[in-house]
Design a protein around this ligand. Sequence first.
Ligand code: NAD
Length: 333
Amino acid sequence: MSTLLVTGAAGFIGSNFVRYWREWHPQDQVVALDALTYAGCRDNLADVLAEITFVHGDIRDRGLVESLLREHKVDVVVNFAAESHNSLAIIRPGDFFSTNVIGTQTLLEAARTVGVARFHQISTCEVYGDMDLDDPGAFTEDSPYLPRTPYNAAKAGGDHAVRAYGLTYDLPVTITNCSNNYGPYQFPEKVIPLFVTRALQGENLPLYASVRNRREWLHVADHCRAIDAVLEHGRLGETYHVGSGVEADIETIANTILAELGLPESLKTIVPDRPSHDRRYLLDSTRLRTELGWAPEIGFADGMRATVAWYRDNEAWWRPLIGRSPVSETAWR
Ligand code: NAD
């Protein structure tokens, strides 16, 4: 039996992960820490709140983090907490460096002081920077970090701190870099829930002019299974890529959503691109697949169908969140 401290647990992936962990590891204790920024919703955990300890607090609060590690005898820290919206990072970069770099380092320092069996960092494909649309390769775990936006640079900084603590202090660390996630409970500022919720309200879908830019899409449930595999069997000090290998450009995403909802493609509207917008990221996930036997279980078509249906059926969840993002209609999305 273990006790996990899950940070950013009231966000999109964190809340899916807590629900996943309760289902597959019901013997474990979960302490969920979240600052409840505009992107965090305690309600995302409503169905499991009675089974976990929820703490409203900030990963930058060293005293709080240390006392949680001691009081609950935490074995495993899983760090999802982050400012996560690329467009907001262009407007408020300071918040991103503060939480994603200093917040991560504060957690690491608390973990080093108190002692934990594992510190797992949730990272992103975006730290590797821009990839050519025609590049036949993919980023490997040995590719250099070349971030080009404040969000990506701040995530890269957090990851560097994790590796440094692993090497310098022998802190038992692991990192997963994952491709773009989709699924239930994603804040409606991110592209898939943004498009679905706008379509459901009869509004235009704003596509960046770079409509051929593409991403590698993974259902959040497959991401949770990958983190589980790394926590259970991953080698300490190691990094594992988590990706489906399934790429789709932004216009395909919009068309898929409109087709699913029976709406016309004329709802698409082109908006100016955001600065330093990476064209593409693709991860080579061979290490995770061969070493730990992970493979995605949810195909893109089925996953998108289920996701669109979830937002259609859960308007009571997303309706109160519309307009809560600090990124206005006219700013970069
Ligand atoms: P999210 O914005 O939905 O959730 C982030 C959560 O962190 C929110 O609940 C927020 O309240 C909380 N938070 C922010 N600052 C905090 C602080 N200082 N202290 C405590 N809590 C704080 O983001 P998400 O999409 O769920 O992403 C979770 C993690 O996964 C992030 O680290 C992100 O970089 C990473 N990631 C996301 C994707 C993706 O496609 N969404 C892909 C790869 C990696």
